[in-house]
Design a protein around this ligand. Structure first.
Ligand code: GDP
Length: 694
C-alpha cells in the first residue's frame, strides 16, 4: 500500500444493530478494492473481520477490526464495530479513532435498538454520519418505510441521496440524486452501467431531489439562491456544499444497496472517498499538557509534534500485546522511542504494523490522521496518550460502561487458580469493561462483565489463549450474621488429665451495635479475675468464633462483646485455654441473643423510557426491591431503588429483555439488612445441608 496521510485518509466506523450486515458489507468492499480475491461469508466463518473462533462460532462481531483498503487514491481505514450490547466497550474505543460513522440499517427490520444506540453514540461525539440501508435484495425490504422511520426516530436531517431501482429479488440498480442518473449492477457488483433515470421513477426522483437540495442549501447561501431562483445547480457547487453540510452534520445522507450481492457497494465506496471528511477536515483534538496542566490542542498535520491515542489493546500469548493507535498529529517512525504521556514512561516499539483482520503488514512509519498498531510493547494500555516527549499531551480518557453482570469463576482442574488470575489479568488489559475482584467473605473470584455472552466469550478466550478451563457460576451471596438481643454467658474450658491441665474461664456480655459498626471488644475486668495477659486471648477466641456464625456459618458482624468476669488457675491457665473459653462463651451467647441473617443491599439507578416504567418497577418489586423515587431526565425516567444483591447478579440481561435493550442501570453496594424470616429459613437449611455433606 502506498503512503497516505491527512487529506487522503478516511477513518470510518461501521455501526449497526447486530446482524444488519457490517461484516458482509466489509467483505464486499475488500473484494472490490482488490484486497481479497473472493468474498468471505459469515455463514462459512471465513470473513476478514470476524476471524476469532469466538466470533465464527456465534456469527457475531465481538472485537473491533481495522480493515484498511485503497479506493480512488484514498486510504479508507474501516473500523468494523460489534453491534451486540455486551461488546459496547469496543465501540467506545472505535469512536475515538474515527472521523465519521457509517450506520447500517437493515431494509427489512428498520430502526432497531442497536441502531438507536449507535446513533446516540455518534451524536454524542458530534461525528458526521452516512446511513446505508442494506439488504434491499431481501424479502420484505422496504426502503421508503425504513427511511421514514429513520427520519422520525433519529433526525429530520436524514436525507436520501440514493434510491433503489426494484427491490427484493428484482433489486437491480440505484439512482443517484446528485448525478440524476441510474446505475445498474454488473459483474458481481464490481461494475456499474450508467443510464438515464427510468420514466416511471422520474417523479419520485424530482421530489426526493428537491428535499435533498433544500437540506443542503441550509449550509450554503450560494446554493440556496440558485435553488430559489430555479437555476441549474453546478455539480461542483453541489458537491462542495454537500461535503460541508455532511461535515457540519446538517445533512446525514442515506445510501442503499446489498452488501451480500455487492450491489451499490462501489457507489458507497466512491461516496466515502469523495464526501466523507478526512482527518484534516476535522477540528483540532484537545487535551492537556501533563507537565503544565494547561489545555493544549493538536492539528492533524505531519509537521506538528507527534501525538496519538491507544483505542484498543489485543493480547495474545504468542505475539504479546498489540496496541492499536490513532495518530492525531505528527509522525511516528518504527525505530523511534515511544513516549507514553499518560504514564510518563518510555519504551522501544517492537514493530509498527498496518492491520487487516488477522493479517499484518510491517510498516516503517505512520503519519497524522492514520491508524496503525504497535507490537511487542508492554507498558501501554487502552486510552493512553502517546506523544512527543518534548511536547507532551494527554487526551481525555475513553469512558467505558461499568460492568455489573457478575459471575464466580473457578478452575475446572485443581491447582489452576494462579493461571486464572494470570489469564484474566491479560484479558482485562484488552477489555476495560471486565473487572475482577476476590470476595474475601465468600472466597470466590468474581468477574464482572456487561452480560452473559460477554463472560462466556471471556471464558472461551481463557481456554483458547491461555489454556485454562473455567466454570462460571452465579456468585455466592456474602451473607452475614448478627444478633438482635443481648445476653450474658460464661465460657469455661477445663481439662484435667494426668500432668498439667488446661483452665480458662470468662463471663461475657453480647449486645447488638449499629449496622456496619462491625465489632467492639470491651475489657471490664477488675481485680484481676482474669490476668491481663490472657484478655487478648479471650478476644482472639471470640474473633475466631465470629468467622463462622451459628446460624448458617456466615461471618458475624455488628456486635459488642464485653468481658467482665472470669477466673484462672495459677498452673493450668494458658493462652490457648482462654482462647477456647472466649470462643465457647461467644457461641453460647449467640444462641441466646436472637441471631439473624443479614444480606447485602445495593442502590440501583435504572434509566428507562417512560413506556417501560411499569414493567421495570413491577420487576424490581418482584426482586424484593424498594422503590425510593423517580425523576424524569432528558425524556427518560430514572428509577432509584434498593434491591437485595442476591436478586440482581444477572439484572443486566433481564433488564435488557424487559425493555428491549432500551434501559441502562448502575448499581452500588449500599448496606446490610436483615433478611425476611421466610427467605432466611431457606438459606439456613441450605447451608446446614451443605455442611452435613462436607
Ligand atoms: P453484522 O452482524 O452486522 O456483521 O452482519 P453480518 O454481515 O454478519 O450479516 C448478518 C446476516 O445477514 C448474514 O446471514 C448475512 O449473510 C446476511 N446479510 C448481510 N448482508 C445482506 C444483504 O445485503 N442481503 C441479504 N439478503 N442478506 C444479507
Amino acid at each position: 500500500m502506498k503512503k497516505h496521510e491527512g487529506r487522503s485518509i478516511r477513518n470510518i466506523g461501521f455501526f449497526s444493530h447486530a446482524g444488519a450486515g457490517k461484516t458482509t458489507l466489509s467483505e464486499s468492499m475488500l473484494f472490490n478494492a482488490g484486497v481479497t480475491t473472493r468474498r468471505g461469508k459469515v455463514e462459512e466463518g471465513n470473513t476478514v473481520s470476524d476471524w476469532e473462533p469466538e466470533e465464527i462460532k456465534r456469527r457475531l462481531s465481538i472485537d473491533l477490526s481495522v480493515i484498511p483498503f485503497e479506493w480512488k487514491d484514498r486510504k479508507v481505514n474501516l473500523i468494523d464495530t460489534p453491534g451486540y450490547a455486551d461488546f459496547i466497550g469496543n465501540v467506545m474505543g472505535a469512536l475515538r479513532a474515527i472521523d465519521g460513522g457509517a450506520l447500517l440499517v437493515c431494509a427489512v427490520s428498520g430502526v432497531e435498538v442497536g441502531t438507536e444506540r449507535s446513533w446516540k453514540s455518534l451524536q454524542e461525539k458530534n461525528l458526521p454520519v452516512v446511513i446505508f440501508i442494506n439488504k434491499i435484495d431481501r424479502e420484505g425490504a422496504n426502503y421508503e418505510k425504513v427511511l421514514k422511520s429513520l427520519q422520525e426516530k433519529l433526525s429530520e436531517r436524514i436525507t436520501p441521496l440514493f434510491l433503489p431501482i426494484g427491490k427484493e429479488s428484482d433489486f437491480r440498480g440505484i439512482i443517484n440524486l446528485l448525478t440524476q442518473k441510474a446505475y445498474y449492477f454488473e459483474k458481481e457488483g464490481k461494475g456499474v452501467r450508467e443510464e438515464a433515470v427510468p420514466d416511471e421513477m422520474k417523479e419520485a426522483v424530482a421530489e426526493f431531489r428537491e428535499a435533498m437540495l433544500e437540506n443542503i442549501a441550509e449550509t450554503s447561501d450560494e446554493l440556496l439562491n440558485m435553488y430559489l431562483e430555479g437555476k441549474t445547480i453546478e455539480p461542483t457547487l453541489l458537491e462542495k456544499s454537500l461535503k460541508e453540510a455532511i461535515r457540519q452534520r446538517k445533512v446525514f445522507p442515506v445510501l442503499c444497496g446489498s452488501g451480500l450481492l455487492n450491489f451499490g457497494v462501489t457507489l458507497f465506496m466512491d461516496f466515502m472517498a469523495d464526501y466523507l471528511p478526512s482527518p484534516e477536515d476535522m477540528p483540532p483534538v484537545s487535551g492537556i499538557n501533563p507537565k503544565t496542566n494547561v489545555p493544549a490542542e493538536r492539528v492533524p498535520a505531519r509537521e506538528a509534534p507527534f501525538s496519538a491515542q491507544v483505542f484498543k489493546i489485543i493480547s495474545d500469548p504468542y505475539v504479546g500485546k498489540l496496541a492499536i493507535i490513532r495518530v492525531y498529529s505528527g509522525l511516528l517512525s518504527a525505530d523511534a522511542r515511544l513516549y507514553n504521556a499518560t504514564r510518563d514512561s518510555e519504551e522501544k516499539i517492537g514493530q509498527l504494523i498496518s492491520l487487516r483482520g488477522k493479517n499484518q503488514e510491517i510498516i516503517s512509519e505512520v503519519g497524522a490522521g492514520d491508524i496503525a498498531a504497535l507490537a511487542k510493547i508492554s507498558g501501554i494500555y487502552t486510552g493512553d496518550s502517546l506523544s512527543d516527549k518534548n511536547d507532551p499531551i494527554v487526551f481525555p480518557v475513553i469512558e467505558f460502561p461499568e460492568p455489573n453482570y457478575l459471575a464466580a469463576v473457578k478452575p475446572l482442574s485443581r491447582g489452576d487458580e494462579d493461571k486464572i488470575s494470570q489469564a484474566l489479568g491479560r484479558l482485562l488489559e484488552e477489555d476495560f469493561t471486565i473487572k475482577m475482584e476476590r470476595n474475601t467473605d465468600t472466597k470466590e473470584e468474581i468477574v464482572a462483565g456487561l452480560g452473559d455472552i460477554h463472560l462466556d466469550v471471556l471464558a472461551e478466550k481463557m481456554k483458547r489463549k491461555f489454556g485454562v478451563d473455567v466454570s462460571l457460576t452465579v456468585p455466592r451471596v456474602s451473607y452475614k450474621e448478627t444478633i438482635k438481643g443481648s445476653t450474658k454467658t460464661e465460657g469455661k474450658y477445663k481439662r484435667q488429665s494426668g500432668g498439667r491441665g488446661q483452665y480458662g474461664h470468662c463471663w461475657i456480655e453480647l449486645e447488638p451495635i449499629a449496622r456496619s459498626e462491625g465489632f467492639e471488644f470491651v475489657d471490664k475486668i477488675v481485680g484481676g479475675s482474669i490476668p491481663r495477659n490472657y484478655i487478648p486471648s479471650v478476644e482472639k477466641g471470640i474473633l475466631e468464633a465470629m468467622q463462622e456464625g451459628i446460624l448458617a456459618g456466615y461471618p458475624v458482624t455488628d456486635v459488642r462483646v464485653t468481658v467482665f468476669d472470669g477466673s484462672f488457675h495459677p498452673v493450668d491457665s494458658s493462652d490457648m485455654a482462654f482462647k477456647i473459653a472466649g470462643s465457647m462463651a461467644f457461641k453460647k451467647a449467640s444462641q441466646d441473643a436472637n441471631p439473624v441473617l443479614l444480606e447485602p443491599i445495593v442502590n440501583c439507578e435504572v434509566r428507562v423510557p417512560e413506556d417501560f416504567m411499569g414493567d421495570v418497577i413491577g420487576d424490581l418489586n418482584s426482586r424484593r426491591g424498594k422503590i425510593l423515587g423517580m425523576d424524569p431526565e432528558d425524556g427518560v425516567q430514572i428509577i432509584r431503588a434498593q434491591v437485595p444483591m442476591a436478586e440482581v447478579f444477572r439484572y443486566s440481561v433481564d433488564l435488557r429483555s424487559i425493555t428491549q435493550g432500551r434501559a441502562s442501570f448502575i448499581m452500588r453496594f449500599s448496606h446490610y439488612e436483615e433478611i425476611p424470616a421466610q427467605i432466611a429459613e431457606g438459606i439456613i437449611t441450605k447451608a446446614q445441608r451443605e455442611k452435613a455433606q462436607e
